[in-house]
Design a protein around this ligand. Structure first.
Ligand code: HEC
Length: 143
């Protein structure tokens, strides 16, 4: 009888842990990979205003260029990133919320060394990156 009880409890705990992983609910606060931000990145000013049109364009660009790894909600864990064995940390965690717009711009433009985060400045203009940064802020508010 005792064995059955223990088995039951262990199963419940495992189920709880596992469903947490699958739901990705805890992904909001997933581990934060240290990014070598230079001091100057903090104060780069965001020149793009958050008009409705700008936010729409930013969302579209984020969905095309970023969501395959960071997920539509910014939490990561989407199918493509899993298939490529990339598991980027969450863009909507409290750690990334604390980054300045300039830092998010800098990481996107220059990439993150030794990870699959590429220097998007090679492909996207500064303006496009700012539009995307503004969309990341929207995702952070929604998270
Ligand atoms: C191929 C997968 C991939 C794509 C596509 C990708 N990223 Fe990343 N991103 C990563 C990885 C991996 C990291 C670094 C390690 C980590 O944070 O887990 C990262 C880190 C970041 C960071 C740093 C977060 C911090 O800790 O400060 C930002 C900002 C970011 N990405 C934004 C973007 C934006 C914006 C796009 C689209 C233009 C994009 N990423 C596209 C994989 C990707």
């Amino acid at each position: 009888m005792k064995q059955i009880k223990v088995f039951f409890i262990v199963t419940l705990v495992l189920a709880a842990l596992f469903s947490g992983c699958l739901q990705g609910s805890e992904n909001v606060e997933k581990k934060l990979v240290p990014v070598p931000y230079p001091e100057t990145a903090k104060s780069i000013a965001n020149p793009v205003t958050k008009t409705e049109t700008n936010l729409d364009v930013g969302r579209d660009k984020y969905e095309i260029f970023c969501s395959m790894c960071h997920g539509l909600t910014g939490r990561g864990g989407e199918e493509v990133s899993k298939n490529f064995q990339i598991d980027p940390s969450s863009l909507v965690s409290s750690g990334v919320k604390r980054r300045t717009d300039g830092e998010l711009f800098w990481a996107t433009k220059n990439g993150v060394n030794k990870t699959k985060m590429l220097p998007w400045g090679e492909l996207l203009s500064d303006e496009e990156i700012w539009l995307i940064v503004n969309h990341i802020r929207v995702l952070q508010k929604e998270a």
